[in-house]
Ligand binder design. Sequence first.
Ligand code: PLP
Length: 403
Amino acid sequence: MTPPDTSFTPSANIAQLKESATIAVSQRAKALRAAGRQIIDLGAGEPDFDTPRVIRQAAQQAIDNGATRYTATEGILPLRTAIAAHATARRQRIIAADTITPAEVVVSTGSKQSLYNACFSLFGPADEVLIPTPSWTSYYEMVALARATAVPVHGCPSRGFKVTPAELAAHVSARTRGLILNSPVNPTGSVYSREEFRDLLACAREHNLWVISDEIYRRISYGAEAVSSLDVAESRDRLVVVDGVAKAYAMTGWRIGWTISTAPLAKAMTALQSHTTFSPASVSQSAALAALTGGPAIDATVTAMVAEFHTRRDAAMALLATEPKIRVNPPDGAFYLFIEAPGAGRIPDAGSVFAKRLLEECDVAVVPGAAFFTPDWIRISYAAELTQVELAVRRIIDAYRSA
Ligand code: PLP
């Protein structure tokens, strides 16, 4: 009997799609663990804390109260109202007359879907989209899935890899339609200051660009509060703010994110979502509502979680400072450290070589910088227990010294 033919030719839609390198690393780490190795996983992009109890209880209650059916595609009104109220409170600190309405909010199955909704609705063939780089991989793939062209704008390591308006402007062409901003930045942990953010938005406005501002790590910052585009944008005409509950409330698995944009764009994204995933999970929406309306009790939990990240960051940075040859980007937010690999500039794809060695020989999983279009670097996540972070960083230093 001839064996079944299980081969397939990918369609043109996905022919160029690359697997997420972050996921590839964590799968390899899992495989090694299953084989009995004690791998310290610093590859993960999710808080290692439990979702706060009040939120879990609200979700259980919601199930018992019958929140088990489809909801409106764009999410339940109480959740959109809470999101709009939070955003309005921020916005009105600078523009008193600007009220964000629930009609401008679309809730989806994670901020990843929100970003995809925005990219797919705004960009198309012949459009170019500027992406400050190093950057999260998925922006590139989402822009490509929309058949637009991603244009990397590389930030200088000496400025924390942050881009300037002049660097953006140098990449603007007649085809440039959008800019994807992210602060605090994954993978560098850098945070744009109020002035820096304001100037980038002003530059985008000057060139008539749509700005998608991914603010998923905004609550996780260690200096002054990280700025939202809502705090500095002169106008919201061409602005899409993307946020969600995943990182701030340790709710990665609940899959709730949202966009705050204009009513016409929100309508278009709702139509798109109605044909892909439809309404986000009803129980998760109730949980997200509890997170946003939980008041000081929830805020205290978030503050405690951020304080723990802060302690780990300081501990890791103090250890790394013992080896002056190691170049590390000092982070002000998110939960990542970006470290230059040994042999950078000399060995091709030095970050991947180092990451492979760390995993296979030192039992430490990290993500190679190639995943973020900076192949000389590696990213470590300190979303792991302090003792594990310290142990892993010591191994990284030893591996660096013996490279
Ligand atoms: N944006 C950035 C920069 C991220 O790093 C991630 C997840 O790692 C996301 C968005 C997606 O978050 P969510 O879990 O809400 O889809």
